[in-house]
Design a protein around this ligand. Sequence first.
Ligand SMILES: N[C@@H]1[C@@H](O)[C@H](O)[C@@H](COP(=O)(O)O)O[C@@H]1O
Length: 274
Amino acid sequence: MRLIIKENPASASEYVANLIAARINAFKPTAEKPFVLGLPTGSTPLKVYSHLIHLHQSGRLSFRHVVTFNMDEYVSLPSSHPQSYHTFMYTHLFSHIDIPASSVHILNGCAADLIAECSAYEAAIRSYGGIDLFLAGVGADGHIAFNEPGSSLASRTRVKTLAKETLVDNARFFEGDVAKVPKLALTVGVGTVMDAREVVVVALGANKARAVKAAVEGKVGHWETVSVVQMHPRAVVVVDEDATTELRVGTVRYFREIEEEMEAGGAGVVTAKL
Ligand SMILES: N[C@@H]1[C@@H](O)[C@H](O)[C@@H](COP(=O)(O)O)O[C@@H]1O
């Protein structure tokens, strides 16, 4: 795992957007061989998305041959609902870039058969040969996508009951009223995320410090599902200073020194390419 510590949310988000753009551009995607990108919602990726839009508008990045799969969606919110993840993604990213509508995949939380919807989603991911890069945020309790505490680390896309902490956290998007937050969601599984060829987790702010500790220093376990990134061969965790406050001083120093070595072009560069 790499841990990248940036000074503030803006510099962390810019780093992540540049990383995604570099991966897409290096891949040289075509209609026959598109780049497959997994995407989250939430407040964390907002600045990443605005920087991706900026890169696109300044001619440095095209999404013409990028296929996306979103992580999750609430059950029973129509896609036109202001708080649906469909609305979120079009408002904050898709309406501003050159991605064809047919390349966007978001789970349908209003499908008549939710189980069939989840299986079809997994099949669609497989049909593209899997996900090249999965971008993820993290819940304050350490969940990835909507894989709440206790989720199987081998889980696939499925219907999930949301934890109380998540409902309370997300009430801010529903006029502060917990009762208005849908209690169920469709989500990719931990296994679905782990199948991606690269996983990039972003965590910003002191509210995420506990989750960052779980991801970086905790034991791998189903209680904080983000901890599974420790098992991924190509995982990058990008944080701002505030999100490091629960980490040991030695941990922060260790990862900082590795990144400094990489920037200096030393032995770390070899590690980065692995
Ligand atoms: N399902 C989403 C997650 O994908 C997201 O990572 C998390 C954190 O959201 P935020 O970035 O707003 O803190 O919220 C929800 O639970």
